[in-house]
Each structure stands twice: as C-alpha cells, then as structure tokens.
Design a protein around this ligand. Structure first.
Ligand code: NAD
Length: 541
C-alpha cells in the first residue's frame, strides 16, 4: 500500500575525511588494507541472486605490487551473459511493480552501509584493486558512491513529481515506467563509484540490469555487489558477470529485449558499441537508450592575469592525482609566456616533492597505473616524445614495472600546439604544456577549442573578468564541465553534474535527473471523468 506522498531523507554530500594523522578512522582503513592485502578472496559472479563459479580462475593483483595475489575471480563466457539476461528478465515484472519507496529504501540503506560499516572495506578494496591513495579512495568509493545513491533517490522523486496539467472533466497523469527489457551496464576501471552507479541508477528507476565491470576493477565491484545484496536487492535485479567484453557484447546486443546501454569508458569502445547496436536495430523490441560517458583531453588555459601559484597547484593536483587516470585529469595546458617561468618553477618543485609508492603508505601522493597494458601504452608515448624535435621532457621519462606499474610524472613542453600529446588521450601521469605570447589570448582560445575530438572538462585561470567571460564564450562547446580558477577534476554529485559532449559522450550527466530520465519510458494516462454520450459535435447543429 502506498497511501501517502512520501518524502525520502533530503540528500547531503557525504563529508570527506582528510585522513590527517589523528583522524579516528585513518588506522581503521590502513589496517583493513593490510588485512585484505594479506588475504585471499574467492570472487564468484552473481546471477539471479546466486553465486556462480566456473572452472576458470583469474588473478586479482594490486597494480602497485603485482606479484602479490589477493584473490581470484571466476571467469565466465557468453553463456553466463545469456543466463544473466534470463535472470534479469525473470525479475522484471516484480521489480517494475515494486513501489518506488521500497526501491529507494534499498539504495538509501546501501548508501548508509557505504558511508558507515563498509567504509573501510570499500576504500581499502579501491586502494588495492585500483591503486588509489587513501584520500583518492575516500572521495571515490566512500563519498561519491554514497552521494550517487542518495541524490539519485531525490532526483527520482523530482521526476515522479513532474506531472502534466489537467483540465475540467479530465485528469492527466504521467507514469514513469522502467524500460521494457534489460539494461546493460558496462563499467570502467577507474572509479568504484561510477562502476556502482551505472547499474544502480537504472535499477533504482525500476529496471533490471546485467553488469559487466572492467577486469581491473572486479575486486572492488565484488564489494559493491555485497553491499547491494546486504541492502536487500532482490535476486535478478542486478546480475554481475566477468567475461570477455566482445563475447558478452555479442550476446547482449543481439538480444531482442536489450533496452539500454549505460556505459563509461573509452571513446573508441563506445563508438564500436554504438555501431554494433545500430547493426542490430531490427532485432530489438524497442529503440535502446544509449548513454555513454567517454574519454577526455582536458585542458587548463591561463590568461596572463592568472595567479602563478594557484595555477601551478591546479596543474600539480589536476594532472597527477590518481596518476592522471581520471577522465577529467588535466593533460594539456596553455600558459602565457610571461607567467611560464614562475609556473614552471613551482610545478617542477611540486613534482620533485611528490612521493610515489604503495597506497598503504599515506605519505605517497602517487601510486601505480592500472595494468601492464596501460603502462606499456604510456611508456610508448614517453619514448615517442623523447624522439621528437618539437617537444622537451621537463621532468619524468622513467618507468619501471618490476614490482608495480610505476611511471614517474611527466611534463612535456612543446612549441607545437598540435603535438600528438596535446591531442590524444593518454590516461596516465603525463601533462603537455604549450606556451603562447600573452597577446595571442584570443587566438589561443580558438586553438583550445579546435585541438581535440573531446569536450569533457576544462578550466580557465584568470583574475580578469573580461578574459574569463571571453573564455566562457569561446569555449562554450569545448567542455561539459567548465571550471573558473580551479582544476578541471573533482566534480561533486549534486553540485557539478558530470559529463561531456563531442567525442566525450552523450552528456547525460551522471548523478542527475537528466541521467535518470534516460531509464524511464513515460506512459501518459488521460482519464475523462464524464465521457460524452452522443457522437455529434455542436458545430454540426
Ligand atoms: P575501456 O573502454 O577500456 O573499458 C570500459 C568497459 O568496456 C570495460 O568493462 C571493458 O571490459 C569493456 N569493453 C572494452 N571493449 C569492449 C568491447 N569491444 N565490447 C564490450 N565491452 C568492451 O575503459 P577503461 O580503460 O576501463 O576506462 C578508462 C576510460 O574511461 C578513459 O577513456 C576515460 O576517459 C573513460 N572515463 C570516462 C568518464 C566520464 O565520465 N566521461 C569517467 C571515467 C572514465
């Protein structure tokens, strides 16, 4: 019975612990990390509420200590994708009919588990699986994830409240049905919060989901699934499988009940998936919703009025936190010649000061990159840059994968604004700087806008309001998240809805009502209170 207009608790952003010495839970997280590092977990898939194990086991190893085995997961096949779809479709009717209050309660409970009793475990899992420092794990796995879950409940009720007008004798209503079929959530390695949100957002709106995480994030995805299950998620609503992406895609995208893709990952993969969906369009019962947040080549453009220290700090944090593996990490910067000597000095001093190593040691600002493939790709960019005449490596250039996938932070200066590393996404600790004559501000803005296929995040640094306004205008379509005098990363749910345009995605803004609207198919209901009883209209008299 749902007799009442129920109001869920109003969401507030989860407070971030700074983990300074003396912070009461610092030791808790670090000891959980050590325990999990010493432990060995067995990670099944979850299909139809059951744990599914196979004969093929694959290893979970921390990227910063890849000789250490911390667990193994059960590797599936296309058949498991098919089983997951069947389980999801079996759960569809009951889940779609569940009152929204009951769905909301599950996710609100999950949020309180993330920020409370599971905080240490989900943070430690993220430190281990994705090599995030204590603080980077906290802002992702504990805070952003809890925020996604709580704010989405509020946005769901905001959507349900959007109702049409009625007129005399007529009552109009809009009912926000889930999609007819199942949603496929395909998630990236770099954020535990994003990985959890991509299946959770459609499920909250009454959809059933097949979730395939990145192979490099399975360890923390398993913790997310444990939270969902303990929060009361019914069997079959979210099904978690680990298998080869193209093999799963082949089953999912040919299925007549495929109703939506919720993707975050690289641009190339998203374009490939879109084409596959297009090729299969005649098989589907409905037009699938396609939501994808993808790559970036995020910029900082500085005006000569900018403060050199603020700029150098934003570059140091924005480019190198989490080893530059945030989709929003600054990876190209345009600095006026008059500011460059001071900015360069401070930036290189900061980098000199960075400590790199295990996330188990809180002194470290940086740790390892995610895996060997990524390490080799970044190393190839470094080697290539060393050989080019129009680029100088100002710092970095060394890398070592003997213990973990460690890459020294790289800063390249180039005289060529179209140098390869000014245009292509590298996804590592690699910043390219182009300096320009102060008088070329307007020309430089045009360059920023036209240099890459991406439009995810960007920032302007200036103390001159005319210059800031000019940048806002010139860069209208250059970024979906634009920052003034701040680094272009660190978006907060409920405050800076996140997503980009152009090659960076469909810009459906994760953690917002816009995103949730993609997971419903409204049904308009008109009820006439006293229907007509004869057919002729008055004009016929
Ligand atoms: P990725 O594209 O390599 O993988 C994403 C997911 O797709 C993984 O689960 C992977 O297994 C799967 N996949 C890959 N190829 C597939 C195929 N052919 N068929 C089916 N599935 C396939 O991305 P990643 O390396 O995990 O994450 C890094 C990328 O994600 C970067 O490009 C980054 O910019 C982007 N990203 C974007 C945002 C955003 O909000 N815009 C946020 C985080 C990450």
């Amino acid at each position: 019975m749902a007799n009442g207009f129920f109001r869920p608790p109003y969401p507030e952003n989860e407070a971030i612990n700074d983990y300074a010495p003396g912070c009461p839970i610092r030791e808790d997280i670090l000891s959980t990390y050590e325990d999990m590092l010493k432990g060995h977990v067995d990670i099944p898939m979850f299909i139809g509420g059951k744990e599914v194990r196979t004969n093929e086991l694959r290893d979970c190893r921390p990227p910063h200590d890849h000789k250490k085995l911390i667990g193994q997961y059960h590797w599936g096949t296309g058949q498991h994708a098919s089983d997951a779809i069947d389980a999801a479709l079996s759960a569809h009717k009951a889940w779609a009919a569940m009152p929204w209050t009951e769905r909301a309660a599950i996710f609100l409970r999950a949020a309180d588990m993330v920020s409370g009793p599971y905080r240490a475990k989900i943070n430690a899992a993220t430190m281990l699986a994705q090599s995030k420092t204590l603080f980077q794990a906290e802002i992702d796995a504990a805070c952003e994830f809890a925020d996604f879950l709580r704010f989405n409940v509020q946005y769901m009720t905001d959507i349900y409240e959007m109702q049409p007008d009625s007129s005399a004798g007529v009552w109009n209503r809009v009912e926000y049905r889930p999609l007819e079929g199942f949603v496929f959530a395909l998630t990236p390695f770099n954020f535990t919060a994003i990985a959890g949100n991509l299946p959770a957002a459609p499920a909250l709106m009454g959809n059933v989901v097949v979730w395939k995480p990145s192979d490099s994030q399975i360890y923390s995805a398993w913790v997310v699934m444990e939270i969902f299950r303990k929060a009361g998620m019914p069997a079959g609503v979210i099904n978690l499988i680990y298998a080869d992406g193209p093999e799963v895609g082949d089953v999912v995208f040919k299925h007549p009940d495929f109703a939506g893709l919720h993707f975050t990952g690289s641009t190339g993969v998203f374009k490939h998936l879109w084409k596959e969906i297009g090729q299969n369009i005649d098989r589907y019962k409905s037009y699938p919703r396609i939501v994808g947040e993808t790559g970036g080549k995020d910029f900082i453009v500085a005006h000569h009025s900018a403060d050199a220290t603020e700029l150098a700090t934003a570059l140091s944090r924005g480019a190198f936190e989490f080893q530059g593996q945030k989709c929003s990490a600054v990876s190209r910067a345009y600095i006026p010649e008059s500011l460059w000597p001071e900015v360069k000095k401070q930036l290189l001093d900061n980098i000199q000061d960075f400590k790199m190593g295990s996330p188990g040691d809180p002194k470290n600002f940086m740790t390892a990159v995610i895996d060997e493939r990524s390490f080799d790709k970044i190393a190839a960019f470094i080697d290539d840059s060393k050989q080019q005449d129009d680029a100088d490596i100002l710092t970095g250039g060394s890398y070592d994968k003997s213990k973990g996938y460690f890459i020294d932070p790289v800063v390249v200066h180039t005289s060529n604004p179209h140098f390869r590393t000014m245009c292509e996404e590298i996804f590592g600790p690699f910043l390219t700087i182009h300096t320009y004559p102060d008088a070329d501000w307007t020309k430089t803005l045009a360059l920023v806008d036209s240099t890459s296929q991406y439009a995810l995040t960007g920032a302007v640094f200036s103390l001159d309001r005319y210059a800031i306004n000019e940048a806002l205008e010139a860069l209208t379509f250059s970024a979906g998240n634009f920052y003034i005098n701040d680094k272009p990363s660190g978006a907060v749910v409920g405050q800076q809805p996140f997503g980009g345009g152009r090659g960076s995605g469909t810009n459906d803004k994760a953690g917002s009502a816009q995103n949730l609207l993609r997971w419903v198919s409204p049904r308009t209901i008109k009820e006439t209170l006293l229907p007509a009883k004869s057919y002729p209209y008055p004009y016929m008299d």
